[in-house]
Design a binder for this molecule. Structure first.
Ligand code: UDX
Length: 440
C-alpha cells in the first residue's frame, strides 16, 4: 500500500519505518528540512534502539522516503497519516494547530478520495474537527466531489522500545464507522495482526478517548504507588514488599506499580493535564486525575526534600553526583524528567551538580548550556569525585551493580539517595553507606 506520514517525530518516524519494513511504500514528510536531509544520509534525529538501521535499510531499498514537499507527499499516499505533535497550550489542553495544519495541507493537495488516519494523541472530537476543516477547504477548492474519512488510530508505543512496540503491538485500535475505511486500515496492519486478533474496531470518539484513558490509568497506578510509598515510610513498612504483595493479584498485576521519583516524559504529564482540561471544557471536575497530577508534582520534589533534610537545609556550596538525566532508561529524552526538577531545586539552594547519563548528555548540554552549576561528566565514576552524596534518578542497567567501595573512596561522605530503589537497604547499611530510598 502507498502510505504518507505527516510528522517525523517519535511516532511518525517509527511508524513509517515499520510500515516500510513489512513492504509498504512509505513517504514521510516534515516541515523541518534539516531532519529530512539527515534521514536521507541515514542519520536518525532521535535515539531509539534499532531505528537507525531500520531507516537506513528501508531507505536504501526505496520503500521509505523523506520529503518536505507536501503536494508530492499527498499525491503519493492511498492513506495519509497525521503523526504531528500536540503540545500543551498555556492551560494544559492539547494544541491542535499542527494537526489542523496537516489537515489543511491534505485538503489543499488531494486529487482523489482519501483516508486520513490520525495517530497523534488528540482530544475527543478532533477527528470531527479535522473532517470539518478538510470539507471546508475542499468546498473552497470546488472539489466537494472528493470524499474522505478521518480514522482515529492511536499509538501506544513506549520510548526506548518504540520499534519493538510497533512491530509487535499488543492492540491496534481503529476508530471509524466506515466499513470501507476499516477494511483499508485492516489491510495496512495485516502484517502485524498475525498469530491472534489484535485489531479492535470502535467508533472514532471511543478510539480517541482510549488513548488518554490508557495513559491516565498508567499514571494513576504510579501516583497511587507513590502515595503508598509515602505512607509506608511513615508507617515503617517497605513499599517493595507491598508491591510484590499486591502485584501477585492478577487483577492488579506487576506492571507500572514501581514507586519512584515520579513519572516524566512526553506523554503522561501532558496527557493527564490534557484530559483534566478536556473535562473542564465539558463542565466535569476530574478530581481523580487532578490528584494523580498533584501527587506526581510532590513526588518529583521527594528526593530534594530527603536531601535537604539530611543536610539540615544547608546545601549551599555542596556538590552532588547525579546518575541518570533522562526521564527513564534507554532514551535520551529529558522532557518533564524528574532529574530536572531535582537539579533546579539543588541549584536554587546553592548546590552544584556533577551529572552522568549514558545517552542524555548532549540533551542536557542543550537544555542547560548556560548553567555553570552543572558539570557533565564522561563516566559515572567521574561524577563521584569529591561529592557530598550520590543521587540516582534513572534506573539505567549500568547503575544497578556499582563498585560500592570505589564509590565510598571517591566521595566526601558515603551517602546515596536512590529515587528508583535499586539496592537492598540492609546491604547498604552493612557496607557503611547511609542509604535513602523511596517508601522503605
Ligand atoms: C508512555 C506509555 O507507556 C505509552 O503507552 C504511550 O504511548 C506513551 O507514554 P513513555 O512515556 O515512553 O510511554 O514511558 P513509560 O515507560 O510508560 O514511562 C513513563 C514514566 O513513568 C517514566 O518516567 C517512568 O520512570 C515512570 N514509571 C513507570 C514509574 O515511575 N513507575 C512505574 O512503575 C512505571
Amino acid at each position: 500500500m502507498r502510505v504518507t506520514v505527516f510528522g517525523i517525530g517519535y511516532v511518525g518516524l517509527v511508524q513509517g519505518a515499520v510500515l516500510a519494513e513489512v513492504g509498504h511504500d512509505v513517504v514521510c514528510v516534515d516541515v523541518v528540512a534539516g531532519k529530512v536531509e539527515q534521514l536521507k544520509q541515514g542519520i536518525s534525529p532521535i535515539y531509539e534502539p534499532g531505528l537507525e538501521n531500520l531507516v537506513k535499510e528501508n531507505y536504501k531499498a526505496g520503500r521509505l522516503n523523506f520529503t518536505t514537499d507536501v503536494a508530492e507527499a499527498v499525491r503519493h499516499g492511498d492513506v495519509q497519516f497525521i503523526a504531528v505533535g500536540t503540545p500543551p497550550d498555556e492551560d494544559g489542553s492539547a494544541d491542535l494547530k499542527y494537526v489542523l495544519a496537516v489537515a489543511e495541507s491534505i485538503a489543499r493537495n488531494m486529487e482523489r478520495d482519501q483516508i486520513i488516519i490520525d495517530k497523534s494523541t488528540v482530544p475527543v472530537g478532533t477527528a470531527d474537527k479535522v473532517a470539518l476543516h478538510v470539507a471546508s477547504v475542499l468546498a473552497e477548492r470546488g472539489r466537494a466531489d472528493l470524499t474522505f474519512d478521518v480514522v482515529s488510530n492511536p499509538e501506544f508505543l513506549k520510548e526506548g522500545s518504540a520499534v519493538a512496540d510497533c512491530m509487535r503491538p499488543d492492540r491496534i485500535v481503529i476508530g471509524t464507522s466506515s466499513k470501507v475505511s476499516e477494511d483499508v486500515v485492516r489491510e495496512l496492519y495485516a502484517p502485524f495482526n498475525r498469530n491472534h486478533e489484535k485489531i479492535i474496531v470502535m467508533d472514532v470518539r471511543s478510539a480517541e478517548l482510549t488513548k488518554y484513558a490508557a495513559n491516565c490509568m498508567l499514571a494513576t497506578k504510579i501516583s497511587f504507588m507513590n502515595e503508598m510509598a509515602n505512607m509506608a515510610e511513615r508507617l515503617g513498612a517497605d513499599i517493595e514488599m507491598v508491591r510484590q504483595g499486591i502485584g501477585s493479584d492478577p487483577r492488579i498485576g506487576y506492571h507500572f506499580i514501581y514507586a519512584g521519583a515520579g513519572y516524566g516524559g512526553s506523554c503522561f504529564p501532558k496527557d493527564v493535564q490534557a484530559l483534566i482540561q478536556a473535562a473542564e471544557g465539558i463542565g466535569f471536575d476530574a478530581t481523580l486525575l487532578k490528584a494523580v497530577e498533584i501527587r506526581n508534582d510532590h513526588q518529583k520534589r521527594m528526593l530534594f526534600d530527603k536531601i535537604s533534610a539530611h543536610f539540615f537545609g544547608e546545601l549551599a556550596g555542596k556538590t552532588f553526583a547525579l546518575w541518570g538525566l533522562s526521564f527513564k532508561p534507554n532514551t535520551d529524552d529529558m522532557r518533564e524528567a524528574p532529574s530536572r526538577v531535582l537539579m533546579e531545586a539543588l541549584w536554587e539552594a546553592g548546590a552544584r551538580v556533577q551529572a552522568f547519563d549514558p545517552e542524555a548528555m548532549e540533551e542536557a548540554r542543550r537544555i542547560y548550556a548556560d548553567r555553570h552549576e552543572l558539570s557533565l561528566c564522561n563516566t559515572k565514576e567521574a561524577a563521584l569525585e569529591g561529592a557530598d552524596a550520590l543521587i540516582i534518578v534513572t534506573e539505567w542497567q549500568l547503575f544497578k551493580a556499582p563498585d560500592f567501595e570505589f564509590i565510598k573512596s571517591q566521595m566526601r561522605a558515603p551517602v546515596i539517595f536512590d529515587g528508583r530503589n535499586l539496592f537492598d537497604p540492609v546491604r547498604m547499611s552493612k557496607k557503611g553507606i547511609r542509604y535513602y530510598s523511596i517508601g522503605r
